[in-house]
Write a protein that binds this ligand. Structure first.
Ligand code: SDX
Length: 371
């Protein structure tokens, strides 16, 4: 038996949800560039779950279902108040709250298609409320109720700040959600599929996936990018900072990818959004700094920016707290996790690879007093 480190290049399943071929990303055959320019997040959710774009009435129904299911059980809001609020990372709070959500869903253990669809709606709707309500509760503010007249992206921003967002903010946030929705067999999606392939329930699969997304080599990188930009502080420091990090053999967050070689097709959209939003806010320094970091890094290593690099300055420009960046990734990616969980259930086989054992040979048990 030979092992492949990090399962690089291993094809672990068939899927008809998203594909990455020659650095082109598609959701169900639609180019991400086309979707980023034209589709709303709700249309993408429908596309991922039904493998086709919705008609008008189908989209309206999905929007209604999401809006009807956004409110959280009071128990979860109460639970937030019991967390050691000044120490808890919002990704940990999200992971715990999604797990808890399963306790208050009577359909949790019902594995019928109808129940699984209802759970999908429940998770997609409530994940936005969990992230925004937790963010407010930890600041001593009351959670804001979702508004039925707002779409998903607008509702998220509204529940976060309590103010109706500007159109340009909604447009940018919606596009960011579209860009993060699915990405083939990334680590968190694989985690979700491994979990539910034991025929465990959807809440367990999504909770496991949130745990995997949290790490800085995956979704956690966007928060780390903002930390780096804050450390750099001003544009003219960018080159020296990167040089020093690389001299110390440190990884630069937001660069490199296991699958892409020429570049992550999502990054250019986020770069342009970063340019526009930082200008709008009169805070061009974050965009300018990012551009200089990219130039300095890629001059030394041919590793283009990934989805996490420019999303940092985009979310910062939307006034979002930096430790909410990764939870926002989860708010979008849960749509992809759910699509993969449903696909796994539909054609399930336990996922159980082998390990190439490299430990000691056969040993004889030695009683504890003789060791
Ligand atoms: C996401 O998989 C997905 O689809 C994920 C994702 C999605 O939508 O789901 O696209 C979202 O997770 C994006 C990635 C976010 N992570 C980061 O930005 C963290 C920084 N990037 C790296 O740590 C790294 O590039 C990974 C984790 C993204 C990929 O890791 P690999 O494929 O295991 O590559 P590696 O760590 O083995 O690196 C190969 C070489 C090494 O150099 P050598 O030892 O061969 O000389 O490239 C170097 C690495 O040191 N390298 C970097 C680097 N990334 C790779 N060097 C400095 N900075 C980096 N960021």
């Amino acid at each position: 038996m030979t092992s492949t480190r990090g399962l690089e290049g291993v094809v672990a399943t068939e899927s008809s949800i998203s594909s990455i071929i020659d650095d082109t990303l598609t959701y169900v055959g639609y180019d991400i560039d086309d979707l980023a320019e034209n589709a709303s997040f709700e249309e993408v959710v429908y596309l991922l779950w039904h493998k086709r774009l919705p008609k008008e009435d189908e989209l309206a129904e999905l929007k209604q279902q999401l809006s009807d299911n956004m409110a959280l059980p009071q128990e979860i809001l109460n639970h937030f108040k019991t967390y050691p609020i000044d120490k808890v990372h919002p990704m940990s709070a999200l992971r715990s709250a999604v797990s808890l959500l399963g306790l208050y869903d009577d359909l949790s253990e019902d594995m019928s298609d109808e129940a699984n669809y209802q759970k999908a709606i429940n998770l997609q709707a409530k994940i936005a409320t969990i992230v925004t309500a937790f963010s407010r509760v930890r600041k001593g503010l009351e959670p804001v109720e979702p508004r039925a007249d707002l779409g998903y992206a607008a509702n998220f921003l509204y529940m976060l700040s309590g103010k109706e967002p500007e159109d340009i903010e909604v447009e940018a946030f919606d596009k960011a959600l579209v860009l993060h929705a699915d990405h083939e067999l990334n680590a968190s999606t694989f985690t979700a599929r491994v979990c539910v392939a034991t025929l465990s329930d959807m809440y367990s699969g999504v909770t496991a996936a949130i745990g995997a997304l949290k790490g800085p080599l995956h979704g956690g990188a966007n928060e780390q990018v903002m930390k780096m930009l804050s450390e750099i502080g001003s544009e003219e420091n960018a080159e020296a900072y990167i040089e020093e990090k690389l001299a110390n053999k440190e990884k630069i967050m937001g660069f490199g990818h296991r699958v892409y070689r020429k570049g992550d097709p999502r990054a250019k959209h986020l770069r342009e959004m970063s340019r526009q939003l930082t200008k709008l806010r009169g805070e061009e320094k974050w965009y300018n700094m990012s551009i200089r970091v990219e130039a300095a890094f890629t001059a030394q290593k041919p590793l283009p920016p990934n989805v996490d690099f420019y999303s940092a300055s985009v979310y910062h420009s939307l006034g979002i707290d930096h430790d909410l960046f990764t939870p926002i990734f989860a708010v979008s990616r849960v749509s992809g996790w759910i699509a993969h969980i449903l696909e796994q259930y539909a054609n399930n086989r336990l996922i159980r690879p082998r390990a190439d054992y490299v430990g000691p040979g056969m040993q004889k048990y030695v009683p504890i007093n003789e060791r």
